[in-house]
Write a protein that binds this ligand. Sequence first.
Ligand SMILES: *[C@@H]1O[C@H](CO)[C@@H](O)[C@H](O)[C@H]1NC(C)=O
Ligand SMILES: *[C@@H]1O[C@H](CO)[C@@H](O)[C@H](O)[C@H]1NC(C)=O
Ligand SMILES: *[C@@H]1O[C@H](CO)[C@@H](O)[C@H](O)[C@H]1NC(C)=O
Ligand SMILES: [Ca+2]
Length: 500
Amino acid sequence: MELIFKWLLVVLAIKQVCTASAPTPPDNKGTEFILMFMENVATADKQFDLELYCTTQQTTPVTVHVTTPLWNNPRVDETFTVIDGNVTKIIISASLRMTGSGVDTKGIHVSADAEVACYGANKETTSNDVYLGLPVDALGMDYYTVSHSPPENMAEIGIAGTEDGTTVSITLPAGHGPLSVTFQGKTYHEGETISVTLDRFKTLQLQSKGDLTGTHIVTSKPVAVFSGNIKTNVGTGTFSDHLVEQMVPADRWGKEFVTAPIPGRTVGDVFRVVAKANGTVVSITGRPPITLNAGESREFEIPSDQYAHITSTEPVMIAQFVKSQLTSAEPADPSMILVPPLEQFGSDYTFTTPEYSRPDYGNASIYRYQNEFMIVAKKSDIGGLLLDGKPFPQSTWKDIPGTNLVGTYLTLPHGPHTVRHSDPLSTFGGYLYGHAYRESYGFPTGMRTALIYSSNCKPTPTVPGDGIDNDCDNKIDEELCTPDNNMNGKSYAIWQSIIT
Ligand SMILES: *[C@@H]1O[C@H](CO)[C@@H](O)[C@H](O)[C@H]1NC(C)=O
Ligand SMILES: *[C@@H]1O[C@H](CO)[C@@H](O)[C@H](O)[C@H]1NC(C)=O
Ligand SMILES: *[C@@H]1O[C@H](CO)[C@@H](O)[C@H](O)[C@H]1NC(C)=O
Ligand SMILES: [Ca+2]
């Protein structure tokens, strides 16, 4: 009797919690970002300014302020409003692009009075890539990086400070052969550690002809980390392009992934997986398992007609590299796309397609991006997907072996787009890739950034939207008010512990 009464109390308490207005789980949207842009190659007659795209899912206008607090020549200071479905492009002077290895004052501060999503486009003539910006509340103090190699131009890493007096230790990877980085007058080699202190909005860039993949960055305060290549070809093709993504801190990596092939290609895609724990076993459908130690990485290719399912025994980071164009029949150019793990899929993404670098080349279709939205979703969920508020267009979905997921892609017209599921419980992965004459871009359209697989997870009561893995099942589904999360399934043990 008493037990039933306690149960009733618990049920009522949960009901109350579930109707409270919930904040959103941690993801690529936030109210503060500190971003930067790494070096790119200006080949032609002009240097292009940098572009930041910001948007929101809020249905009331959000005021956004973009500044360059330590950079005055020229200083960026722009205020604008965004609203659901609209994207604002902010032009940032090319002088804020980093050059060489060293420390500078080129941090870009984005602050907003409600959550926004931001994407950075680093564009030069026939050399472009876009990254998904991560807000300050998704940053960390322990990172590994990923770049392409061998690089045509150098591989590079960017670090932006978010707090004064941040100690930064950067350990160059060992095991890829000779590597050297010259920083502040000293040359460092594979396995050696660079120590430096960064203040808020200070930016650091390191470049090397060697393979910087697996560089380990440990800091005393959260920092923003970027990685990629100045400009490189990928594979046997010679066309080259800037590569960049913002790195996800190692405590927000995942253990299960699906890869999506770049549409319109026949030559396959290149991937790199990076581990943070010794003895990490990575299994890719139909291949022998790979064992990696902390900071080690492996490159592999997946054919263009395949979606691959990847699992690992410890959290890993995976990046996709689009190969250089090989024949004029499949126009393409390199880009780098971070692959979010299934654990960090979101249920709604708002993004925009960037513009080709040279509008002055004319209006021929080759000088316009062909934009492909690539998506992987649960087969049972595809009925509820919405593109720009309308039912998702008819498409040929491919089953992904070993999973209950399917994948497809859609060619999207230029401009802002929203892809969401009518049921916020239904998460899916989205990537945007676009190509035009000798240029391409690619980025994940969004992701969650929950702390998962923490070794000291302690069960906590469910609070909707707290973004915490309340029942230590390595998922952050507890903020979602379903009977499954609150009454039974994996949370059961916790309710039981409350009532006994
Ligand atoms: C969104 O942008 C479009 C096109 O730029 C504009 O016509 C529309 O008024 C904007 N909507 C809002 C709510 O600002
Ligand atoms: C991995 O193993 C090496 C060699 O035994 C050790 O020095 C290192 O601390 C280990 N790293 C982790 C993350 O456990
Ligand atoms: C491209 O088309 C637009 C609108 O149709 C026109 O204003 C512009 O002049 C054209 N650009 C070139 C380079 O032809
Ligand atoms: Ca990219």
